[in-house]
Design a protein around this ligand. Structure first.
Ligand code: NAD
Length: 346
């Protein structure tokens, strides 16, 4: 486990178990050098405890990079709650998790993620003040979607000289909170959509409301499209999908899209422009952090729109240097965090 922590560059890995409520929780803190670590709280089923630890550790680093590149005064963390297989009292379990967060004294601020709802954040808020995304604050997904939409336009502009979506074809994977909102924005601006989701109700909705074409979940990678927009699972850019991709751009909300670091370079070699996940999907974190700091909606939206500008600059640098966008984004984030380390050591 310590080797796993070292490889992920984690500062701390915390565990809590509360048999009374069924809570089994992990909080992975990647860094607090730039401020309190912030990051969502997952509540899903895991095959094993090891899988849950891996999920938390892998995701925490991305949150630090996201905060650093967005200029937010935060470090990154991720919490994972293993969903009990037996009956449980959801409110009591969330309140117990809130006590765990409270014990960390503000080093970690929790938020919504896969499997958690604003009502869960309300329960967590009964026992800690280090929580955001409560029903008073709301779901960050529309802001994540806004950033992804801006990112797709920036990528199109980089390749075509125009950010018009009219007549472009987007293959979108995952029609959840973020994916469906992105699909709606793309459709409203004239894009054609091909979609996949394991949930056929969502697929049917996109077909009926957005004129989308549906394909089976394993066929979405090979759709000939301008953009492949992953908004479902992580690790979808892997050795297998790499062979199938028929797009010019990969730009979507999913976290940890690259199964391995070198897949960023392999995309570049295939002439596929990649919008690094933690940059294009930063809208939700920007919303959460700025809401927590009491900033206005107008200021938050303006900052989320800058996601497109940041990506345009990154695409240009990658072209000039003949390097992958992923590699340059990693370097930029690591430099910002290292600067904070020097500052705190001084
Ligand atoms: P969600 O759970 O609402 O949606 C995910 C969707 O993907 C669901 O509709 C699910 O049925 C679908 N899906 C699952 N497996 C699939 C498969 N094999 N093929 C096709 N579809 C599949 O989640 P969300 O909040 O919309 O987030 C989507 C992604 O974006 C996640 O990776 C999440 O970590 C990331 N993300 C979300 C936010 C946010 O603000 N919600 C912020 C940053 C990153």
């Amino acid at each position: 486990m310590f080797e796993q922590m070292e490889n992920a560059g984690l500062e701390r890995l915390h565990f809590a178990c509360d048999p009374e409520t069924g809570l089994r929780a992990i909080i992975a803190i990647h860094s607090t050098l730039r401020g309190p670590a912030i990051g969502g709280c997952r509540f899903i089923t895991y095959q094993s405890e090891a899988d849950a630890i891996t999920d938390a550790t892998r995701l925490a680093r991305g949150m630090s990079y996201k905060a650093a590149l967005s200029g937010l005064p935060h470090g990154g963390a991720k919490a994972v709650l293993i969903k009990p297989s037996h009956n449980f009292d959801r409110k009591a379990l969330m309140e117990s998790f809130g006590r765990f967060v409270q014990d960390l004294g503000g080093r970690y601020i929790t938020a919504m993620d896969s499997g958690t709802l604003t009502s869960d954040m309300d329960s967590i808020a009964h026992t800690t003040k280090w929580v955001t995304c409560t029903s008073q604050i709301g779901d960050p997904s529309p802001y994540t979607a806004m950033g992804v939409f801006e990112g797709i336009k920036a990528a199109l502009k980089h390749l075509n000289g125009s950010d018009s979506l009219q007549g472009t074809h987007v293959a979108l994977q995952g029609l959840g909170h973020v994916g469906y909102a992105v699909a709606q924005m793309l459709y409203n601006d004239g894009a054609h959509l091909t979609v996949s989701d394991i949930d056929q109700v969502k697929v049917l909705k996109a077909v009926n409301e957005l004129g989308a074409k549906a394909v089976a979940t394993d066929k979405i990678y090979s759709v000939e499209a301008d953009v492949f927009c992953p908004c479902g699972l992580g690790a979808i850019i892997n050795d297998h999908s790499m062979q199938q991709l028929r797009c010019r751009i990969v730009a979507g909300s999913a976290n940890n899209q690259l199964e391995r670091e070198e897949h960023g370079e392999l995309l570049r070699r295939r002439n596929i422009l990649y919008a690094p996940d933690y940059l294009i999907n930063a809208g939700g974190l920007i919303f959460v952090a700025m809401q927590h700091a009491g900033q206005t909606d107008a200021a938050i939206s303006a900052k989320v729109r800058q996601v497109g500008t940041s990506l345009s600059q990154l695409f240009q640098q990658a072209d000039q240097e003949g390097r992958s966008t992923h590699c340059i984004a990693n370097e930029r984030a690591e430099t910002i965090i290292a600067r904070a380390a020097l500052h705190s050591a001084a």
